[in-house]
Unconditional design. Structure first.
Length: 354
């Protein structure tokens, strides 16, 4: 697979909360772009970085391992359908699902398959992997599975959801929290899959849950961000945006940050849901969730004039810079050692300096 030269465009940051025509500094682009690795289709996967390698899925049916310094391909693992979820690295293996219905355990050094498990549906979600267990949701079969990390054999399965599971299951002590396209957020016991509670929103829940103290935060396609009590799922507050909330929230210093498909990044008070600031990209924010380092928030977006990643001051929402891509940055970014790794619908995996 060849690396591709790409002239990205970085916008000079300005004190603006409403997007419009942004000045572009092409020279800054060359200094920020480290490399771009081209796959055969859209990259809607959050990269995993481990031991000098970057692992990503592509809708060309493959999982890739790429050298983090050079962007050169190390190995490629082919599945039977597109890989839309994100790989997770645990010890010596990469765990990744595919729309062919399988979740795979792949050796991280050479990309050889150790085991596979058939969900009898399709897998668009990202697995959660512990020392002993792989938790993964499935579409069509509408099931949350707990698999042995060593063998892939099922320990239990949770069949209550009435529609696809595209949300990543979040493990918090003894409970797993997961959303479903049936509009519910479920809390199930990690040891046996027993349901503890459920909360119904008005539409699909693709967002993953974030926790702060005793509160869970999750978005819904009904345009709302919800704050729920983690013990029983009762609603504490909700905040309405102008479009669906696929993005998973990030909570830091009593502030919740989240993107909406209305193209806006929102900062809200964690206790009350009151708005602190907003930033409008002028495009659409899909599954990209805010990544925060020091005083800067990074998030991806899409749209004819808005595709790329945005660096915002996390206190004020003012734009610091923008890195433009040819097409939408659909998923979240991974920040390691002052380098952002992310995929784009222009078929590329990027490494960009912050």
């Amino acid at each position: 697979m060849n690396r591709r030269g790409f002239l990205a465009r970085v916008g000079a940051g300005g004190a603006t909360l409403v997007s419009g025509c942004h000045a572009i500094d092409a020279s800054d682009s060359e200094s920020r772009l480290q490399w771009a690795f081209e796959t055969g289709d859209s990259v809607t996967s959050v990269p995993a970085v481990d031991d000098g390698l970057v692992y990503t899925g592509s809708r060309d049916r493959s999982v890739y391992a790429v050298d983090a310094d050079s962007g050169d391909e190390v190995w490629q693992f082919q599945t039977g359908a597109r890989v839309a979820g994100s790989p997770i690295v645990r010890q010596q293996h990469v765990y990744s699902g595919s729309w062919d219905g399988y979740i795979y355990a792949i050796t991280k050094e050479d990309g050889e398959q150790t085991w596979e498990f058939d969900t009898e549906g399709y897998v668009g979600a990202t697995p959660t992997v512990t020392e002993e267990t792989v938790f993964i949701g499935s579409g069509a079969s509408n099931t949350l599975f707990a698999l042995s990390r060593e063998t892939g054999e099922p320990n239990w399965q949770f069949d209550s959801p009435g529609d696809d599971i595209l949300s990543r299951a979040v493990l918090d002590a003894e409970l797993l929290y997961v959303g479903s396209n049936d509009g519910y957020v479920y809390a199930v016991r990690a040891e046996n899959g027993q349901e503890e509670w459920r909360y119904g929103t008005g539409d699909y829940v693709n967002s993953a849950v974030a926790r702060w103290n005793e509160t869970l935060y999750v978005g819904s396609y009904d345009s709302q961000l919800y704050a729920l009590d983690r013990q029983d799922g009762t609603e504490q507050w909700s905040f309405e945006t102008a479009d669906r909330v696929q993005s998973s929230p990030t909570v830091l210093d009593q502030t919740v940050y989240v993107g909406s498909a209305d193209g806006t990044v929102y900062a809200l008070e964690a206790k009350t849901g009151d708005e602190v600031w907003t930033f409008e990209t002028g495009g659409t924010i899909y599954n990209s969730s805010p990544v925060i380092a020091d005083e800067t928030l990074y998030i991806g977006a899409g749209g004819r004039t808005a595709a790329g990643i945005y660096a915002l001051d996390r206190t004020s929402g003012e734009r610091q810079w923008m890195f433009e891509t040819d097409r939408t940055v659909h998923e979240s970014l991974t920040l390691v050692d002052e380098t952002l790794y992310f995929g784009s619908n222009d078929n590329s995996l990027y490494a960009v300096s912050i």
